[in-house]
Design a protein around this ligand. Structure first.
Ligand code: HEM
Length: 444
């Protein structure tokens, strides 16, 4: 039974009622609930208590101030069959240890080195394009960011396998809708079509990840990249034997997935929003042209408008659109008690479109990010990379990559939206464009 001081919310006790209310538009459904119930609402889909928190102070408390009162949510728990016990899914001291081991690969001086590869891989892709070429820009961005992660963090190429990996990833992510259903733990033991598809996809992804590990172990070369750091890491507090191949596999798989799909989505939405906002596109072109050369990391301070475009795109289409946490003990918030074992959700998609912090929230306006305007908003009204001890380890990597990729491509190409296509968002693990986005590129 739901306790009486549990927050009010949509009446959707039964899966059918919930589906009817969402009408296939999950994000719209939650936006309507924010309008009706305000900063806090709760409901019990499938017998699970879920509470949405909308105010930036509540978000700060969940992610930072009171973070020890929460564990990772069910979505990530259910991602374990793919990600194992890597950085995204692990908890407690083990997570802290793994995070410390990986951290040096994300230091500023390493990112400076990666920046050169980020730009040259972008130029390599751009060289395969031609004036008037039609493309699915999401596919192109996925392939680019996959190559960037493989090259910078793991010192390898995925030239021969990129397409297969892309399909395998799609196959693996497809299963997550099923995995979120009650009873899916039992279902996944049966030879159901989605289970078989998932197993095939995972085997395909594993083949690449284990190949990368095997090659590097065989060469015993220390390239100073993330893979070398993980390989040479020995557990000073433990038995000193280093990481097993299985643990390495989990970390590599996690970084492969977390490190490319998110940034690819951000880049895709950037191109889409620029197509829809020609004035912003013009200002971006003026800024990147003024550089007079292919961008480097040293140019970042001169790419301020480009940065604002990326920030605004991630406001409207945050690649990680919600963060779920499991409540470990009864939690008091806004005069309500959220019982232990409930879920709390803080959603970037909802908070980033809250008109209190972002007037005319659906309008794309990069100048919201001019420092004097941004300074008037509460800190946790914008949190595309999360916060607290679980903040994205790749945040600086992602900013550098997104700004340099946008600047490099915008110097050479103008993107045009292909007519007559359906564009809609698909909230899976990340916020993808459901049908891809077809565009034509033109020489500038
Ligand atoms: C625009 C791009 C990106 C966005 C929006 C993003 C977003 C996020 C968010 C919101 C979290 C926190 C999840 C939570 O608290 O439950 C996270 C965690 C993480 N991200 Fe990212 N990310 C991006 C790019 C990257 C990149 C480029 C990498 C690696 C190269 C990466 C690796 C990770 C890892 C390993 C974690 C888990 C960290 C931990 O729990 O210690 N991400 N990311």
């Amino acid at each position: 039974m739901t306790p009486s001081n549990f927050p009010p919310g949509p009446r959707a006790r039964f899966p059918g009622a919930l589906l009817l209310q969402t009408q296939g538009d999950l994000l719209g459904f939650f936006r309507r609930n924010v309008e009706t119930f305000g900063d806090i609402f709760g409901f019990s889909p499938f017998g699970r208590r879920v509470v949405y928190l909308q105010h930036p102070d509540m978000i700060r408390d969940v992610l930072v101030t009171n973070q020890r009162l929460f564990a990772k949510g069910r979505a990530l728990e259910r991602a374990r069959p793919l990600l194992g016990n890597g950085l995204l899914t692990s908890e407690g001291d083990f997570h802290l240890r793994q995070r410390r081991l990986a951290q040096p690969a994300f230091h500023r001086d390493r990112i400076t080195q990666y920046a050169t590869a980020m730009v040259s891989l972008t130029e390599r892709m751009s060289a395969t394009w031609h004036d008037g070429m039609s493309m699915d820009v999401h596919e192109q961005m996925m392939s680019l960011t996959l190559h960037i992660v493989a090259s910078t963090l793991f010192g390898t190429t995925v030239d021969d396998e990129a397409k297969e990996l892309h399909d395998a990833l799609d196959g693996a992510l497809e299963s997550f809708n099923m995995r979120m259903l009650p009873g899916s733990e039992l279902m996944e033991r049966l030879p159901l079509p989605w289970v078989r598809r998932f197993n095939r996809s995972r085997a395909r992804l594993d083949a690449t990840v284990y190949r990368i590990i095997r090659e590097r172990r065989a060469s015993s070369e220390d390239r100073g990249d993330l893979l070398s750091m993980l390989l040479s890491a020995t557990d000073a507090e433990g038995d000193g034997t280093g990481m097993s191949d299985e643990q390495l596999r989990d970390e590599v798989m996690t970084l492969f997935l977390a490190g490319h799909e998110t940034t690819a989505n951000a880049l895709t939405w950037v191109w889409y929003l620029l197509c829809r906002n020609p004035k912003a596109e013009e200002r971006l072109h003026a800024e990147v042209d003024a550089l007079g050369h292919t961008p480097t990391i040293a140019d970042l301070p001169r790419l301020e408008y480009t940065r604002r475009v990326v920030m605004e795109a991630m406001r409207l289409y945050p690649p990680a659109y919600a963060i779920g946490r499991r409540v470990l003990e009864d939690y008091e918030v806004g005069g309500y008690t959220i019982p232990a074992d409930s879920m709390v959700v803080v959603s970037q998609f909802l908070v980033h479109r809250d008109p209190r912090w972002f007037p005319k929230p659906d309008v794309f306006d990069p100048d919201r990010w001019l420092p004097e305007i941004a300074a008037t908003r509460p800190k946790f009204s914008y949190f595309p990379f999360g916060a607290g001890t679980r903040i994205c380890i790749g945040e600086q990597f992602a900013w550098t990559e997104a700004i340099l990729v946008v600047a490099t491509l915008a110097q050479r190409w103008r993107f045009w939206l292909a007519p007559k296509q359906r564009i809609s968002v698909q909230p899976r693990i990340t916020l993808r464009p459901k049908y891809g986005i077809k565009m034509v590129v033109r020489d500038r």
